[in-house]
Write a protein that binds this ligand. Structure first.
Ligand code: UDP
Ligand code: MG
Length: 319
């Protein structure tokens, strides 16, 4: 069997502080892999410029000019981590046998790439990088992330625990992923749906070595809601159940009200009316809101807008 052509795909949004160091670490790794005969000399490191406002794209182009091991694509504008990653995966799939995705900040330990490839050669189409601990995260991030996984699981959305987007996928797994046309992208929920044999590899996640997180709380929450509403309709079911329970309770209340009335002890009823108005009003708004979330998703999906537009592909410029 010929050597595996490996592509490493890295979405980058305003990553000028880390790009040089990241490129160095990855090219050293790649060179070692090629020398040990684990991967083909045609393997490459592909950066995806996700509409950066800093000099990231210029750096990527310079890297490519200096060394052919680096390549890159540039999106027409900022589309967010998931879309940028998908753009990179779909582009890399044309040239590679296997593709590894990782972040630009080297938080994911690149030493486990050997294990990824080993697992791939042993017949796994998907290899998930799984964090063995979350010590490097802030207390807040660690606990919100844990709460999020628990919630996802409870809601019935299948995700791999403590796995972010550090994973290897074979060409055919990527071809499978290509068949998922959804606009509301939550890749770590979709990849398990693609199927094929998979395994996990544990690693320690480090701190971002430079620059700052591109996932502030607001984006993290939006991502969590996207994940849940894209993978599960349980929230709607829950609301239906809640509505049913409240309706049954109101029947009991009705009987109680009638009993009180006909036994002649009717109160002015101010507090109970006020409480029910607030409670029902709140519940109804909540229910409408949840249903609205799903309708919003349907609205977005029906338009079938492109998930990304590639403005430049360095691979095509050279080949
Ligand atoms: N990223 C991106 N587009 C965005 C936001 C982030 O391509 O709109 C990239 C970013 O450059 C990084 C990866 O997604 O390579 C993960 O972002 P980050 O490390 O900031 O997230 P965190 O590790 O803090 O969750
Ligand atoms: Mg990071």
């Amino acid at each position: 069997m010929d050597n595996t052509i490996l592509y490493i795909v890295i979405p980058c949004y305003n990553e000028q502080e880390v790009l040089h160091a990241t490129a160095k670490m990855l090219s050293d790794k790649m060179t070692a892999l090629v020398q040990s005969g684990k991967t083909s000399p045609d393997s490459k490191i592909m950066f995806v410029n996700d509409g950066s406002k800093d000099s990231s794209w210029q750096i990527i182009k310079d890297l490519h000019n200096q060394n052919n091991i680096f390549t890159g694509i540039s999106l027409s504008r900022n589309r967010g981590h998931q879309n940028a990653l998908l753009a990179g995966l779909m582009t890399a799939k044309q040239y590679a046998d296997a593709v590894i995705s990782m972040d630009a900040d080297m938080q994911d330990d690149i030493e486990v790439i050997d294990k990824f490839i080993e697992a791939y050669l042993n017949g796994n189409d998907v290899v998930y990088g799984v964090r063995s601990s979350r010590q490097s995260d802030t207390f807040f991030k660690r606990n919100t992330a844990l709460a999020f996984y628990r919630l996802m699981n409870w809601l019935g959305a299948e995700t791999i625990y403590n796995h972010a987007d550090y994973r290897l996928m074979s060409k055919r797994a990527l071809q499978g992923l290509e068949e998922f046309k959804e606009v509301n992208l939550f890749l770590r929920g979709l990849v398990p749906m693609v199927g094929y044999t998979s395994t996990t590899v544990e690693y320690e996640r480090k701190e971002r070595f430079a620059g700052e997180s591109k996932y502030p709380l607001k984006k993290m929450l939006a991502f969590a809601i996207d994940g849940i509403t894209s993978l599960s309709i349980k929230p709607i079911t829950l609301i239906t159940k809640l509505g049913l329970i409240i309706f049954l309770l109101s029947l009991v209340a009705l009987v109680w009200v009638l009993v009180v009335k006909f036994t002649g002890h009717a109160q002015t009823g101010w507090s109970s009316i006020l409480v029910s108005i607030w409670m029902l009003g709140g519940l109804q708004l909540l229910a409408i809101g949840v249903i609205g979330e799903y309708i919003g998703k349907i609205y977005k999906e029906t338009k079938q807008r492109p998930r990304y537009i590639i403005a430049e592909n360095l691979e095509e410029a050279t080949n």
